[in-house]
Design a protein around this ligand. Structure first.
Ligand SMILES: O=C(O)CCC(=O)C(=O)O
Length: 286
């Protein structure tokens, strides 16, 4: 028995590469968070400085949006992640995946770790929280059980406009759709998935927006493949290894210091995230 997960759940994660659905927030709490996210959207509909708001929603939101850093540090959530990764946890990135009602945005089959410069590590996990009804109709994620046991397989870039991934990257080996398990979540529920798990998501054919938040957790032991260290927000335990540049949670929503740090991080990360691409990779504009 872990702090939050049962031994059976921990073993299921190790075997299947994901866990779902896990209760995190009550319906009221989830809808309150949704309202707060939508308030930020309304307040910053014209963007922030030179960037569209989506830029900050889609990568490193925890650096400039206190709400996202706060959600990511929910004790029950950290307990579940600790049960799998151990007591020392950093947040690498918080990302909002929003699909408007009745739209064609999708996510192709991919493995998260492919372009993140962390190698094939087992020490990265994504918690994905639903802030709306994330049904099959609304374009929930789907997973291939056990696929995380493979190494990182080749991917090719599609640069498809309707693909929410930065380069529309897609796994270059056959994926059997019949094996897929749908990650249907009610508002306030979350799933956990491994960084090598094959996963994808379909269009939102429902009449509501599909709103999800992905939080990428890593451990201090992960070493970055480039000579530049990456940035992580220590949210539990200690970081004695020195592989990551530790950053503090934001104090002010889109504050000047927060934006400066955001730019520094993105500049440093972009060479890793765009490596090998034959077209310009938008980080992130869709
Ligand atoms: O939200 C989605 O549809 C896809 C998200 C995803 O690929 C991820 O969180 O790793």
């Amino acid at each position: 028995m872990g702090k939050h997960l049962t031994l059976e759940q921990i073993i299921t994660y190790q075997e299947q590469g994901y866990l779902l659905p896990l209760d995190l927030f009550s319906l009221t709490e989830a809808l309150d968070y949704r309202k707060e996210i939508e308030n930020i959207e309304a307040q910053y509909k014209d963007g922030v400085g030179e960037y569209p708001l989506n830029q900050f929603f889609r990568i490193n939101g925890q650096i400039v949006i206190p709400l996202l850093a706060q959600i990511a540090q929910t004790p029950k959530l950290l307990d579940a992640v600790e049960d799998i990764l151990g007591p020392d946890l950093l947040i690498w990135s918080c990302e909002l995946f929003i699909k408007e009602a009745g739209t064609d945005k999708t996510v192709s089959w991919h493995q998260d770790l492919t372009y993140w410069g962390m190698g094939e590590t087992d020490d990265e996990i994504t918690a994905w929280i639903a802030f709306s009804d994330v049904s099959k109709e609304a374009g929930c994620m789907r997973f291939i059980p056990g696929s995380h046991k493979q190494r990182i397989v080749p991917h090719y870039d599609t640069f498809n406009e309707d693909n929410l991934l930065s380069r529309g990257q897609e796994i270059a080996v056959d994926v059997n759709e019949d094996d897929a398990v749908y990650d249907e979540l009610k508002p306030g529920q979350m799933s956990l998935h491994h960084g090598r798990l094959f996963h994808a998501s379909g269009p939102n054919k429902s009449s509501d927006r599909r709103i999800g938040m992905a939080i990428r957790f890593v451990t201090p032991g992960i070493e970055h493949s480039s000579e530049n260290k990456d940035f992580g927000m220590l949210v539990r335990g200690t970081d004695k290894q020195g592989n990551w540049i530790n950053v503090a949670p934001p104090v002010q929503l889109f504050g000047a210091n927060e934006l400066k740090l955001y730019n520094e991080i993105l500049t440093q990360q972009s060479s890793t995230l765009t490596a090998g691409a034959e077209q310009t990779v938008g980080l992130y504009n869709k």
